[in-house]
Design a protein around this ligand. Structure first.
Ligand SMILES: *Cc1c(COP(=O)(O)O)cnc(C)c1O
Length: 468
């Protein structure tokens, strides 16, 4: 399998190079040259999650990662989840048109957010490829909370990877900070920086821009544009299908969205032959995607803080992959569109293209107040506590008026205990941490501190690597 860039001006690469590169040299995102086809979905029935994962992923890594190595990495990755089902599906009610609605719990991994599903595997893939190449990398990232904790947990104790995550001093939740700072591994560094998330992000960008430093420490990233993350997320669309439609037939999915990575994985599953009916994009008040799917115009506005902070973003980078496909894989045209978007802060797609997208995607938006009502209603009718991100998915799914015979699956992206204040405010019940994290507040924290300058960050990383 070879991979191409969405901007059409980078050489084709194999999977391992795509994994380590992240972004293509022309600024584009990698996609496989063609979509491998899944066997009929019922053939997966009864198989454990990790085995389905290995089967779905195999064609994407063919010729680059051996079958046994892939099976072992999938088994190890999903053994870190707190249930043998890995990503369970539970009924939560019905949609507006009467279709059965269930919740796909993607938050049963070590850091309680759906990012674990992809990152647990991506960390192991990194280590495997680096071992074969006898190389090391140093992962540097900035976090507002979820990604950093999932990335640190995924890289803990890997032999070939060091990871430094910058977070804004006092601006991540106690649970999120402790998930990063209590990982007792010599290769994992939670670094507190005075300032905001954007300051941390700018420092990371500046470090990547310093070519000499980048080469010296072999800088790398595991952000949401990495193809391997999308690939790993395709798997749970398949397993959720088995649970929601035991007798086959199409299934629709509603996905709380930020960077469009999660819902894109559903679209990929459809290209691979999974019977997917509608893909519903669920936004909070930061609704650039809902506006785009409604009007065909993508326009940046200011980010408003909400109770679902992991969706408080302005630009959904993974949308570029969908646009590339919808534009007949014309990389030059995508590159022009992205350049216009960058200069003008707005871009519109032709009507035919929008009609094509709307043939597959629906969208909806839920305010903080509505999300709180969903949390309360779900708790009262099922006894299940859900977090505000998950509530946005359920809220949009409930309003969906699709075919009543097609089951709807709403993707749950964070455990309620990750956002306990918002959940408690909505229902008056404080969600407890699951057993594997119940002693989180007794564990010893190891926080490193660093000034908010590029020199300080580079010196901090060098010192951390030297002390290894
Ligand atoms: C990252 C995240 C999202 C958004 O996912 P994308 O793949 O960026 O669309 C939604 N909910 C939670 C809890 C997250 O951590």
């Amino acid at each position: 399998m070879k991979y191409v860039s969405t901007r059409g001006a980078s050489p084709e690469l194999g999977f391992c190079d795509v994994l380590l590169a992240g972004l293509a040299p022309d600024g584009g995102l990698y996609l496989p040259k063609e979509w491998p086809q899944l066997p009929p979905v019922h053939e997966f029935r009864g198989m454990p999650y990790a085995e389905i994962a290995a089967a779905v992923i195999a064609p994407f890594v063919e010729g680059e990662i051996g079958t046994h190595a892939l099976a072992r990495m999938c088994a190890d990755s999903y053994a870190t989840f707190d249930t043998p089902e890995v990503c369970p599906v539970v009924p939560v009610g019905r949609t507006a048109s009467g279709a059965p609605l269930s919740l796909l719990e993607l938050y049963r991994g070590p850091t309680l957010a759906f990012k674990d599903v992809a990152l647990q595997l991506v960390g192991r893939l990194f280590d495997h490829v680096l071992e074969e190449r006898d190389e090391r990398v140093c992962i540097l990232g900035a976090t507002s909370g979820d990604t950093g904790s999932a990335a640190i947990d995924a890289c803990r104790d890997l032999h070939r990877v060091d990871i430094f995550i910058l977070f804004p001093d006092g601006r991540v939740s106690d649970v999120q900070r402790r998930q990063m700072s209590t990982v007792n591994s010599a290769n994992a560094h939670a670094v507190s920086v005075p300032g905001t998330f954007d300051d941390c992000q700018d420092l990371v960008k500046a470090a990547f821009g310093d070519t000499a430093f980048r080469d010296e420490v072999a800088l790398s990233a595991v952000n949401s544009i990495n193809w391997a993350r999308v690939m790993a997320q395709v798997v749970y669309y398949v397993t959720a299908h088995l649970a929601a439609a035991p007798h086959g037939g199409p299934v629709s999915y509603t996905v709380p969205t930020g960077n469009f990575g999660n819902v894109l994985a559903g679209w990929v599953a459809k290209q691979m032959g999974l019977p997917v009916d509608r893909l519903v994009v669920a936004s909070n008040r930061n609704d650039i995607l809902t506006r785009f799917f409604t009007t065909g115009t993508m326009e940046i506005t200011d980010v408003v803080p909400t109770t679902s902070p992991s969706m408080d973003i302005q630009v959904s980078s993974n949308l570029e992959r969908l646009l590339f496909e919808s534009m007949g894989r014309d990389g030059a045209a995508v590159a022009r569109m992205m350049a216009d978007f960058r200069t003008d802060g707005t871009v519109s797609v032709p009507t035919e293209l929008l009609d094509g997208l709307r043939a597959e995607f629906d969208c909806g938006r839920v305010s903080d107040a509505q999300a709180a009502r969903v949390i309360k209603r779900v708790y009262e009718s099922t006894g299940l506590l859900v977090d505000p991100h998950t509530a946005i998915g359920i809220g949009v799914a409930e309003e969906h008026g699709g075919d009543p015979s097609v089951p709807m699956v709403a993707l749950g992206t964070a455990h309620p205990a990750k956002f306990p204040d918002a959940v408690e405010a909505a229902v008056g019940v404080r969600p407890p941490l699951p057993a594997h994290l119940s002693d989180l507040f007794e564990r010893t924290e190891r926080i490193e501190h660093c000034d908010a300058t590029l020199d300080a960050v580079e010196a901090h990383v060098r010192a951390g690597l030297a002390a290894r």
